[in-house]
Design a protein around this ligand. Structure first.
Ligand code: FEO
Length: 170
């Protein structure tokens, strides 16, 4: 069943937001790379790839239902240049919270339209957002625990650099 005329623009907006998320993580990765924290930079770049996977999931869903998805304007990432590791992961957490709320809005709108076909996809995203917020939140807590301890920060950086390579195909 096709998405309704009301839902299609909302799905397109979510696709655009996932691409914007990818760009935001790319910029956050750059912030860590220029501060010689390659593990954090790598972790954030992998996350940027995962956001492309998210965008692709929505695109596939919209196409599979016989609609024509279109990507909107992706604004430049709103990231403070020279942000500290804590500020970088705070920005990531804020961003994930925005995405979570957007998924909830999409869920509510789909429910209102009685659109049962999107429910499995949206359920997957609700779970995914819980996990993403928890992961970023844990990293942020550990960065705060480490504080000004240089060797501690380098250990955490090395650990985050172990994140397996991601694929934009999921
Ligand atoms: Fe696609 Fe990190 O939300």
């Amino acid at each position: 069943m096709k998405l309704s005329e009301t839902l299609l623009p909302k799905f397109n907006a979510q696709i655009t937001l996932e691409f914007a998320s990818s760009m935001a993580y790319r910029q956050l990765a750059i912030e860590m790379d220029v501060q010689d924290l390659p593990g954090m930079a790598l972790w954030l770049r992998h996350q940027a790839d995962e956001e492309i996977v998210h965008a692709n999931k929505f695109i596939d869903h919209v196409v599979d239902r016989g609609n024509h998805p279109s990507i909107g304007v992706v604004d430049a990432p709103n990231v403070t240049v020279g942000a500290s590791p804590a500020e970088v992961f705070e920005a990531a957490l804020r961003h994930e919270q925005t995405v979570s709320e957007s998924i909830r809005d999409l869920y509510r709108a789909s429910d209102q339209e009685g659109d049962l076909d999107s429910r499995p996809l949206l359920n997957w995203f609700v779970e995914e957002q819980i996990e993403e917020e928890a992961t970023v939140s844990e990293i942020l807590s550990r960065i705060r625990l480490v504080g000004d301890d240089g060797p501690g920060l380098l250990r955490l950086d090395a650990e985050l650099g172990q994140r397996p390579t991601s694929s934009t195909e999921g």
